[in-house]
Write a new protein. Structure first.
Lengths: 297, 170, 937
């Protein structure tokens, strides 16, 4: 279990990184935290001819608050994000989900941007960012563009990143007032890929009715999925047990067609989505009601 | 550039230079090039935790890093917990493992020690749940983990691992 | 002699080296000029090996040698039968043992086919990809019943069937017992395969010293001495020319006693041949195939009981999966057979098993070694009988325990060591009461459970008994030497894998010799130090080697008496030995044992006739039969029936392994065993598909329990001494994992009492539990199945014609590169497929069209090969014309083999569905463009 040979480059700026990717074309693979890519290379499932190691691009590691929300550099380590006080204030859903991402030793290397670009269907981070309505800043040889999460995750490990483009920043909009959140998942062991998981935000009106719900499901499709039908069931509704069950039922029955594998049949995944969606929504409604009218908790 | 790359790594406080193929895993560099065989290799896909070392003070899997990525960084291995030539003198965390019978075959132990050192720096008074979650990234087949949990509690109760503010790391 | 150490919680002397990283493990051995090995292994579970083309690999820079079976010459021979079957009347046994490198046929995925020796492991793995292995696949033999069906493909074709062994043992008259029974409970029980999963993989390093003409082999073995003897014989060397060292071993759990692994045979041979040191370090992926495994059995068992729950008899007929070869004989199934009886009085026992060859890795003992199957069957039958009779679970056990006055108890069947199954001693009922007290059984049943149930919580209790045959022969030895420094050196032949032997043996010797334990140094696992013995297995190290240490130390103590009585001119009974000195009682005349040792080995003068120099003795201990340990496990667990997730809340073990040498070490063994047992119960399962491909060949998908899954284990000791050895020892190594599955199953049923499910299988999982709760039959995912409908807004003929056009089809294939007609109804192609992190691999593909009925339906067979693995499958396509266009109905079944099968399961379902869908959409767009119409809505 040793990697096949490859050529190695370690640019120190994004421009140099982009130039290297342009020079090597499809042969080149960017290396972020490496916690998914290097195991795949050790198994020789991944055999990139050229690795462009982004770990020396210091300018891509930061967490800062700006007018439009929290901006996180793509190469910021997951562990740094997890412990960042700004993140736990401004994006508590992300802070709540990160401890479920593998183990501390992995999160010490793994980067936020790496998980987004990798787009593992069972990844927690893509689903959370989808629920938060995040957008991603991509840079390519022709300049930058910003893609919302809804349009970024396009398929199984597939994203809107064009060849030669790099994800450089994650932008998480400020949470609106009376917004609650919850992250729940079922994994076989602590730190495993989830069999199914739910990241949800619910914004309430003054009467405690749902103005908007964003329910992102993980582990049950080719990528993170927004449970739109479940969200529609909630629009304008109070969180009665019946209503939550109906919404969760819609998520489970209509929003997904989950795959089966050795750990969970398709039917079991549907069941988990129904249960976890209901639980996540209950918590999110509760937190939304408890939070004040001011934006952000 | 599959050619060898010169690197310099501060390992256990000593500057070590090497010339490595880019694909060489940090675990192999430590074990084979530097002869620091206390870092063990159990799975090479980031699950078992036996190869855990400190990179600039943080626990990382050395099988999921290339040696060339450690260039210019500090690495601490289990050999760095006790000064060279210290014989059987043990770091307080190691002593707690010995007293609590927290190891049997001892193969996973170095990785567990290297995981727990920064954990105790961050959590000077951890509860059992926190310890178990912090241990979940290290597999042990012999002990059933119970005595490892005991050892970590014992070390914590003695404040065996100073927090960064209290003293030098590991 | 005051006992100071035996029975005390003495901390381990080996810890310091392990904690500081100084301990030597085999993979730590680094030698100048050392070469590294990688193996090319079969991707197929079963097939004819047509040829191995290693020419390109041999040319690879950095490769020193590549060996195939043909290159081994006379050295190629099947391994020995390690454990001949016991002399049971009418027993059938077919020995088919493993070979160093496959020749003619491969019989399981991972069987080694070629050996590459290179300057580094990295280069060896590079070159492995250059070896072309031509295998003509045969149907795999996976399911045990199907393997025994008439006409099943045969793993060993010189045999008439896949039957490896058939054994019947009977005691009493079961038919009469059954006829007189109030209730007969009959069930089928399944127990599936798992790994030993030592965190250290196997490793072999060999060095030939041409000057000394000596071979040194470092080997992760539990049995260094038999390895040395075997290697010497195979290589034509004398035993004294071969030194085998088993230094610190990172966990054994059984498979490291298997011999001789192909790698163990080949690495020393290559080192001699190449004149350079050679290392092979198994990687984790190889470990899933190359290291032996255990646990597949299917039991049809019945229990006949009287109205009061008294056992009248048991009948058990089972199939045992022995894997592709059976070098370890019948140890595992006979353990199952014998352990089923448990601590109970079973007047009639009718037991029969068939061991079955399958195309899966070899089965040899793994911690528990078949015992857990017997316990699972018996305890489950008792639980079901208790329920049907309206008896409490404790009551039915109490009613059937062998009472204290029944020992030694002969069951009148034969055990795995070929001796009669006789329990030496035991006291079972008090252990049950103690465990029930510790877990709070009565209060839980009476008060807590009703309260929890009323609150909607599903918490259950489980409590089961077991026995463990331990400490069997043939023998072990030890040499004890008092050195002139006063230090005591103890050498034994057993290997040690973390059990604490260094400390336990030192405790025994220190007490006998009256010295401080710090002065006692134990060496094990080095044939240069001691070269008689068998190894560490069957929970026997402490019992057998420990007793040998005791015997050797006792002889040294006698020597001390002889030498000191001459020195002081007193009789031996006037001497006392304590604190490292021998002293004449009531006087101040004494001498340090080190000084006495020096005097007993003079530089001048004579050693008297009939005596020997030095204070040294060697002794052996060979028990006639094993000692029987026992215990009770009890647990509380909670189930979330909505998610089928389970949490263990409390776990209690009451354990009796006779006299305790070191309670701390025993507790450690029990705690680790329970963790392994919990893994077997709910987390660990090797999942094979119908083609013999392992579907979870990584630690991401094979789930070893971590600190968050394993509960705290509360342990209580009972000490019913064994009469078979002077200290009264019984073994403990496997106890923790033997009854865990049975206890877990009982507690789960109890927790889910309102669901009325019955657990008759191990391992379980949340997925399986969900299926049980839903009353659905489990899906067995053997194949990737892709099926669906697709509407083309086009006439059927257009669609049909398009499907005959390779130029068009190639655009619809994922990564299609080329597709050419290669025959009447076949196409050859090349495509490049990758998903996510998996780099696109080039597949060579052959598609053969069958059963064509234009323009309505056709079938096809696909065969694709790449460096990542292979795919074979079939598809049926039907076209139906309707008002909106043509509906294509498709169903494809794909076998996936090789690396992607074991590592990519999580993604295969989604990936194959997506690829099909995308391909059809491309096809439709192409067709629509041709037809000048719109694409699909």
């Amino acid at each position: 279990m040793k990697p096949a040979p490859f050529a190695y480059h370690r640019p120190e700026t994004v421009d140099d990184g982009l130039a290297l990717l342009a020079a090597h074309g499809a042969e080149a693979k960017p290396l972020a935290g490496g916690q998914s890519l290097i195991p795949a290379m050790n198994f020789r499932l991944a055999r990139p001819a050229v690795l462009v190691d982004l770990n020396r691009i210091a300018a891509l590691a930061y967490v800062r608050e700006e007018a439009d929300g929290t901006r996180i550099g793509a190469m910021t380590r997951q562990r740094t994000v997890e412990r960042d006080p700004l993140v736990s204030r401004r994006a508590p859903l992300l802070a709540e989900a990160l401890p479920h991402v593998a183990h501390a030793q992995i999160r010490n290397r793994g980067t936020l941007g790496g998980s987004v670009a990798h787009a593992d269907p069972a990844g927690e981070i893509p689903a959370v960012l989808l629920a938060l309505g995040a957008s991603f800043v991509l840079r390519g040889p022709g300049g930058s563009r910003t893609v919302p999460a809804e349009r970024f995750f396009t398929g199984l490990f597939e994203t809107a990143l064009a060849p030669g483009e790099l994800l450089v920043e994650i932008v998480i909009p400020a949470m609106r007032a009376r917004t609650g959140w919850a992250f729940v998942e079922v994994a076989r062991r602590h730190g495993d890929y989830a069999l199914a998981g739910v990241a949800a935000t619910v914004t309430l009106d003054d009467a405690g009715r749902c103005r908007e719900a964003r329910i992102a499901l993980l582990g049950v499709s080719a990528g993170p999925v927004l449970a739109r039908r479940a969200a529609r069931e909630l629009a304008g509704e109070l969180p009665s047990d019946k209503r939550l069950r109906e919404a969760a039922g819609a998520a489970s029955a209509k929003d997904i067609d989950p795959p089966g594998d050795i750990h969970a049949s398709s039917a079991y995944r549907r069941q988990l989505v129904a249960v976890l969606t209901r639980r996540a929504l209950a918590t999110a409604f509760e937190r939304g009601a408890a939070s004040g009218a001011e934006p952000g908790p | 550039m599959t050619d060898r790359v010169p690197i310099q790594v501060a390992v256990n406080g000593q500057r070590r230079a090497g010339e490595v193929e880019p694909r060489l895993l940090l675990s192999d560099f430590l074990r084979q090039d530097l002869g620091l065989t206390g870092t063990h290799v159990g799975c090479e896909h980031g699950v078992c935790g036996a190869c855990t070392v400190l990179l600039d003070g943080d626990a990382v899997r050395s099988c999921l890093m290339l040696a060339v990525q450690a260039d210019g960084h500090d690495v601490t291995t289990v050999e760095g917990l006790t000064p060279p030539g210290a014989g059987d003198a043990l770091h307080p965390l190691q002593a707690a493992f010995h007293e609590s019978h927290a190891l049997q075959c001892g193969f996973c132990t170095p990785g567990i020690l290297m995981t727990m050192i920064p954990f105790l720096q961050d959590h000077p008074a951890p509860d059992e749940r926190e310890i178990r979650e912090a241990l979940a990234g290290n597999l042990c087949r012999c002990t059933g983990y119970q005595n490892i949990v005991e050892a970590v509690r014992l070390a914590a109760s003695r404040r065996a691992v100073p927090t960064p503010a209290e003293g030098a790391r590991g | 002699m005051a006992e100071r150490y035996v029975g005390a919680r003495v901390p381990r002397s080996e810890d310091a080296r392990l904690l500081t990283g100084r301990a030597l493990f085999v993979d730590d051995v680094q030698l100048d000029g050392m070469l590294h090995v990688a193996f090319v292994r079969s991707e197929h579970a079963h097939g004819r090996l047509r040829g191995v083309d290693a020419a390109a690999a041999r040319r690879h820079p950095g490769v020193v040698a590549v060996y195939t079976a043909a290159d081994l010459g006379d050295y190629w021979k099947p391994g020995p039968l390690l454990v001949p079957p016991p002399p049971i009347p009418d027993l059938i046994f077919h020995a088919c043992t493993q070979v160093p490198l496959a020749r003619d046929k491969v019989r399981h995925v991972g069987e080694p086919v070629a050996m590459i020796v290179a300057e580094s492991r990295y280069v060896a793995e590079d070159a492995a990809a250059d070896v072309i292995v031509d295998i003509d696949p045969l149907p795999a033999v996976v399911d045990l019943e199907a393997a025994m069906a008439p006409g099943a493909p045969r793993v060993h074709e010189h045999l008439a069937s896949n039957l490896a062994a058939h054994v019947v043992q009977r005691t009493g008259d079961y038919d009469a017992a059954r006829a007189g029974a109030h209730l007969v409970v009959r069930r089928r029980f399944h127990y599936d395969r798992g790994l030993s999963a030592a965190i250290e993989n196997r490793c072999v390093v060999a060095q030939w010293d041409p000057r000394a003409e000596e071979l040194t082999v470092w080997d992760t073995t539990q049995a260094p001495i038999p390895i040395r003897n075997g290697l010497a014989a195979m290589l034509g060397l004398s035993e004294s020319q071969v030194r085998v060292v088993a230094p610190f071993i990172g966990g054994g759990f059984g498979p490291k006693i298997m011999m001789y692994y192909p790698e163990e045979v080949l690495v020393p041979w290559a080192a001699i041949r190449l004149g350079r040191p050679v290392k092979w370090a198994e990687d984790r992926h190889e470990n899933f195939f190359a290291t032996t495994q255990e646990r597949g059995q299917v039991h049809d068992a019945e229990l006949a009981v009287a109205k009061d729950g008294r056992i009248l008899g048991v009948r058990d007929v089972f199939l045992h999966d022995t894997g592709a070869y059976d070098p370890y004989g019948l140890t595992v199934p006979i353990n199952s057979q014998c352990t089923l009886l448990g601590p109970y009085d079973v007047p009639a026992y009718d037991t029969e098993f068939t061991a079955v060859f399958t195309t899966k890795p070899i089965v040899t003992p793994v911690r528990g070694a078949g015992r857990q199957h017997g316990v699972f069957v018996m305890e489950r039958l008792l639980d079901i009988a208790a329920r049907d009779l309206g008896l409490d679970r404790l009551a039915i056990r109490r009613r059937n325990y062998l009472s204290r006055d029944r020992f030694p108890h002969d069951h009148h069947i034969l055990f795995q060591d070929s001796g009669p199954l006789v329990y030496d001693s035991g006291d079972y009922a008090p252990a049950l009461e103690q465990a029930a007290g510790l877990i709070g059984y009565d209060r839980f049943i009476r008060e807590e459970q009703p309260r929890l149930r009323a609150a909607g919580r599903h918490v259950g209790i489980g409590i089961v008994s077991y026995i463990e045959g331990t400490g069997i022969g043939p023998y072990e030895g030890a040499r004890v030497t008092i050195e002139p420094s006063g230090h005591v050196r103890v050498a034994t032949g057993v290997g040690t894998q973390g059990q604490g032997h260094f400390t336990a043996f030192a405790q025994i010797v220190a007490d006998v010799l009256g010295v401080a334990i710090e002065r006692v140094h134990v060496v094990t696992g080095d044939t240069r130090e001691f070269h008689w013995g068998t190894g560490t297995f069957a929970s026997r190290g402490a019992v057998v080697a420990g007793t040998a240490c005791h015997a050797a130390a006792t002889k040294v103590r006698e020597r001390i008496g002889e030498v000191a009585s001459r020195l002081f001119g007193v009789s031996a009974d006037q001497l006392e030995v304590a604190d490292g000195r021998v002293r004449v009682r009531g006087t101040d005349r004494s001498i340090d044992l080190g000084a006495l040792s020096a005097q007993s080995n003079p530089l001048r003068g004579a050693v008297r006739p009939g005596t020997e120099p030095g204070l040294e003795a060697t002794a052996y201990y060979g028990p006639d039969r094993g000692s029987t340990a026992s215990g009770v496990h009890a647990l509380l667990l909670e189930v979330d029936p909505e998610t089928a997730m389970v949490e263990i809340l409390k776990y209690v073990v009451v354990h009796d392994c006779g006299r305790l040498i070191n309670p701390m070490l025993v507790e450690g063994q029990v705690q680790g065993g329970v963790a392994h047992g919990i893994g077997n119960a709910f987390y660990e399962q090797l999942v094979w598909d119908a083609n013999g491909q392992l579907q979870n060949a990584s630690l991401m998908d094979y789930l070893l329990p971590t600190a968050t899954e394993v509960p705290r284990v509360e342990t209580a000791h009972r000490e019913t001494a064994s009469p078979l050895n002077p200290i009264g020892l019984k073994g403990v190594g496997e106890a923790g994992c033997i009854p865990t599955g049975a206890a877990f199953a009982q507690a789960l049923e109890d927790a889910l009492a309102d669901y009325h499910i019955e657990i008759t299988e191990i391992p379980l999982s949340p997925d399986r539990l969900f299926a049980l709760l839903q009353r659905t039959t489990p899906e067995r995912r053997n194949l990737v199945v892709v099926e669906g409908d697709f509407l083309f807004h086009l006439p059927r003929r257009t669609v049909w014609d398009a499907l005959q056009d390779p130029a068009l089809l190639v655009r619809a294939l994922p990564g299609g590169m080329q597709l050419e007609r290669s025959g009447e109804s076949s196409y050859d192609g090349l495509m490049k497929v990758g998903v996510g992190p998996v780099t696109a691999a080039e597949f060579t593909v052959r598609v053969t069209i069958l059963d064509q009925e234009p323009p309505v339906r056709f079938g096809m067979v696909v065969d694709g090969r790449s460096a990542l693995g292979f795919t074979r499958g079939s598809a049926q396509v039907t076209l139906t014309e309707g008002p909106e266009g043509t509906t294509m109905r498709y169903r494809a079944e794909l076998q996936i083999g090789g690396r992607i099968a074991g590592l990519g399961q999580r993604l295969l379902d989604t990936a194959s569905r997506l690829i099909t869908r995308q391909g059809l959409e491309v096809l439709h767009r192409e067709l629509a463009t041709r037809a000048g119409r719109e694409g699909p809505a």
